[in-house]
Every structure is written in structure tokens, then in C-alpha cells.
Design a protein around this ligand. Structure first.
Ligand code: HEM
Length: 423
């Protein structure tokens, strides 16, 4: 068993080619709009080594999907390891706290992944998620009431898209609503800690927060064990039926620890990205508001167009050749979902927002294969309800012209920090 998120990814080496110097996910131009840069790279060198991230970057749709579907040759074990090695002080904070989150799902491989996925995925089925719909509607409406009563223009991220997915996930897990802010703060930090470039001081403060959250997850599961209720963690405890071979309480706490991040930061970003992509198209927005355009295809197109998870990692278990490029055994891969979703060989006119594209569901925004996102039905439901309620309540919603779009610089998440709107 190896602890999650305290393993440093030592810098790998590889051949430097023209593409190597053109790819820097921390560069402000890239952060603002990665798509033209990725299009150029995909056309010239679809697979290349990047010294900035110590990984081989894979950009073509077919190749990204083939890697995702091939658990035999590619491992997911490194998926959550920090890109920037943690400093000794931060590592000691984890060690002193006895921090131990075992690899279960996103950073695990078959055969144990297969067992855990069946166990932890069972209570996340679509039907169970649908029971959350009234809660999602009420929550979105309550936020829209507050937004509409406040100053106009306003920040849609602070006023709606940041908190709602957290509240939904807390409802699913059975976390008290008053803990929202604490956990949201911790989760936003985890993007920086794992996929960004935190300074040593930031690493120490982020590690302290992670450890606090780790303890919180353990206490929460213990509380559910003693007082089961109608929520996902209690479902797992019932399913386990006191059999550690199914899952230990420690493993259930690890899922609580990971899901709070996996489930709301992604969905918060997806919602903000959706409104940023959609609102400038006034004709389409009008159709959504008048009910002439269904919400689900808009959600799928928004996820394709500006995926919240822009890139995800795998590691070659043995030497492989991808798009004619030799990658040694152990080579780390950065699968550029943002590029794959804009590959014109798969999605004609990839930069146009076209709800109802024939092959929209082929996109890789939720991954593919054995690790395909277990929360996709919930995420889609939340995005659809949010879109429907906003369209019904604020049909005049528009982006404030001339604003800057601040993103958290990191390799994997398209996390918009502010979106100014008027109505
Ligand atoms: C728009 C929102 C979301 C996006 C874009 C997203 C994206 C992803 C991606 C890219 C993966 C990795 C897939 C791979 O390695 O092939 C993943 C895995 C996962 N996601 Fe999501 N996710 C979202 C929302 C959620 C929600 C709401 C939950 C929880 C309710 C969730 C739970 C999970 C879990 C448990 C896994 C691991 C599955 C496995 O390894 O077997 N996600 N997600």
C-alpha cells in the first residue's frame, strides 16, 4: 500500500523536439486559451516529450482513447501524484499525521481496481443520482434568488457555480452543509498542490489542510458507521456488511476523502465553462431559454468544447510506440483531453459550439475504458438542472464584455475563478 498524494513524481527525461519548447501549460497565453496551441502541436508532432511536465504529451483523439482503453499496457497508478515533488516539511506533515489514503479507483490498476470499482460504484447508479434532482433544483433556485437580489453585474462563479456542486456532493455523501466552505477551500487547494506549482510555504499550508480533511473524512465515516442514514457513505457501510474483504472503514474514509474533490471541483468548473462558452451565442441562448433547445446536448457540447479535466496521466508499463514515437517502459504520459476533444479528424469544425453533434458522446472529458468517471451521471444531471433553472430565471443573462478570464494555472484542470455576468 502506498500513500496517495505524498509520492513525488521525479522528473523524467526524453528527447527535446520543436514541440517540447512550444508546450507550457503554465504559460499565461496557454492558460488563457490552450486550444490554438494544442491544434498546432497535434498537427506537427502529435506525441512529444515535454520537459516542463516530465511527460510524453499525447494529443490525437484516437491515440488518447486507445491509451485510456488499454489498461494492460498503461497504468493509472500515478494519476494523483503531485507534479511538483513535495518539500521535506510538507512530507513530514503527512508522515506525522499517519496520512494513508490507499489507491482505490482513479490511481489504481486491475485487478484490485476492478473489485473496488464494482463495490464503490454500485450505489452511484443513475437511478440513485436522479433522487438528488429535487435537491439540486432547490439549491440552484436558492442561489439564483440570492444572485438576483444582489448587485448586477455579479460573479457567477462566486454566486452559483462554485458552491452548488459541493452542496450536492455533501448531500450525496451525508456531509453537514455547514462544512461547505472549509471543504471547498481545501479542494481548490488540491488542484494547486497536485497539478500546479505550489511554493514551499503553500505546500506546508496545503498539506496541513489535506491532513485536517483526511481526519474529517475518517470521523465522518465513523459517525455513519454508528448512525447510518440515507446517503452514499451509509450505503457503502451497509453493502460492506462488516466484511473487510469488501472494503474496510479506512477504505470508505479514503473514498470520502477523494470524492469530495473528484466530484465538486470538476463540476464547478464544468458549469462555469459551460456558461462562458454558451452565453456569447445569443441565438442559441435564446433557444435554450424558450425551450427550443434541450439542455442535455448543450451540456455535452460544453463538456467537449472546454473540458474541466484538460489532461490526465498514465504510465507506460512497457516500451510502446505511439503515433510513431518510441516511449520507454515507465514513460509518463499526459493525455491531452482538451486536444483530443478538438481533433478535427473526430469532431468536424471542432471549435464551433454545436449542440447535438452526431458523435458528441465520443468525447473523452470523463475519460474512457476501465476508469470512466463514476460520477458522470450526477455531473450531467447537475449541469442540466443548473442550465435549465438559470435559463428559466435569468433569460437576459450575458457575459460582461471586455472582462479578463482568470484561471488557476495547472496541468490538468480548467478552473475558471471568476465569470462576470449581467442580466
Ligand atoms: C463534469 C464533472 C466531472 C468530470 C469532467 C470528471 C472527469 C473525470 C475523469 C477525467 C476521470 C478519470 C477517467 C480516467 O482515468 O479514464 C474521472 C474519474 C472519476 N470520477 Fe469524475 N468527473 C466529474 C465529476 C465527478 C463526480 C460528480 C463524481 C462523484 C460523484 C466523480 C467521481 C469520479 C470517480 C470515483 C472516478 C474514478 C473512477 C475509476 O477510476 O474507476 N466525478 N472523472
Amino acid at each position: 500500500m502506498r500513500p496517495l498524494s505524498t509520492e513525488a513524481s521525479s522528473q523524467a527525461e526524453g528527447p527535446i523536439t520543436p514541440a517540447s519548447g512550444r508546450f507550457d501549460p503554465f504559460d499565461p497565453t496557454y492558460v488563457l486559451d490552450p486550444y490554438p496551441i494544442l491544434a498546432g502541436l497535434r498537427a506537427s508532432e502529435p506525441v512529444f516529450f515535454s520537459p516542463v511536465v516530465g511527460s510524453w504529451v499525447v494529443t490525437r483523439f484516437e491515440t488518447v482513447k486507445a491509451v485510456l482503453r488499454d489498461a494492460q499496457h498503461y497504468s493509472a497508478m500515478l494519476a494523483s501524484d503531485p507534479l511538483t515533488p513535495l518539500c521535506p516539511h510538507a512530507r513530514s506533515i503527512f508522515a506525522d499525521a499517519g496520512f494513508n489514503v490507499p489507491p482505490l479507483l482513479v490511481n489504481n490498476d486491475p485487478p484490485s481496481h476492478t473489485h473496488y470499482r464494482a463495490f464503490f460504484g454500485a450505489p452511484l447508479q443513475r437511478e440513485r443520482m436522479q433522487t438528488l434532482k429535487p435537491f439540486i433544483q432547490e439549491t440552484v433556485d436558492a442561489y439564483l434568488d440570492r444572485l438576483a437580489a444582489g448587485p448586477n453585474p455579479a460573479d457567477l462563479v462566486a454566486g452559483l457555480t462554485w458552491d452548488v456542486p459541493a452542496l450536492v456532493l455533501f448531500k450525496l455523501l451525508g456531509v453537514p452543509a455547514q462544512d461547505v466552505q472549509q471543504v471547498k477551500n481545501w479542494a481548490s487547494s488540491r488542484v494547486v498542490m497536485t497539478w500546479g506549482r505550489p511554493t514551499e510555504a503553500e505546500q506546508v499550508s496545503l498539506s496541513t489542510g489535506a491532513v485536517e480533511y483526511y481526519r474529517y473524512s475518517q470521523a465522518l465515516v465513523q459517525q455513519k458507521f454508528e448512525n447510518p442514514a440515507d446517503d452514499y457513505l451509509s450505503d457503502l457501510i451497509r453493502l460492506r456488511a462488516d466484511d473487510d474483504a469488501q472494503a474496510t472503514l479506512h477504505e470508505i474514509a479514503a473514498i470520502a476523502f477523494n470524492l469530495l474533490f473528484a466530484g465538486h471541483e470538476t463540476t464547478s468548473s464544468a458549469a462555469a465553462n459551460m456558461f462562458k462558452a454558451l452565453l456569447p451565442d445569443r441565438a442559441l441562448w435564446g433557444k435554450v431559454c424558450r425551450g427550443e433547445q434541450a439542455a442535455a446536448p448543450v451540456v455535452d457540447e460544453a463538456l467537449r468544447m472546454d473540458p474541466p479535466v484538460q489532461a490526465w496521466r498514465r504510465q507506460a508499463k512497457e516500451a510502446v510506440v505511439l503515433d510513431g514515437v518510441s516511449i520507454p517502459a515507465g514513460g509518463r504520459l499526459l493525455l491531452a483531453f482538451a486536444s483530443a476533444n478538438h481533433d478535427p479528424d473526430q469532431f468536424p469544425s471542432p471549435d464551433a459550439f454545436i449542440p447535438g453533434r452526431r458523435n458528441a458522446l465520443q468525447q473523452v472529458s470523463f475519460g474512457a475504458g476501465t476508469h470512466f468517471c463514476l460520477g458522470a451521471p450526477l455531473a450531467r444531471l447537475e449541469l442540466e438542472v443548473t442550465l435549465q433553472r438559470v435559463a428559466a430565471r435569468l433569460p437576459g443573462l450575458a457575459l460582461v464584455p471586455g472582462q479578463e478570464f482568470p484561471y488557476t494555472p495547472n496541468t490538468s484542470f480548467r478552473a475558471l475563478r471568476r465569470l462576470m455576468v449581467t442580466w
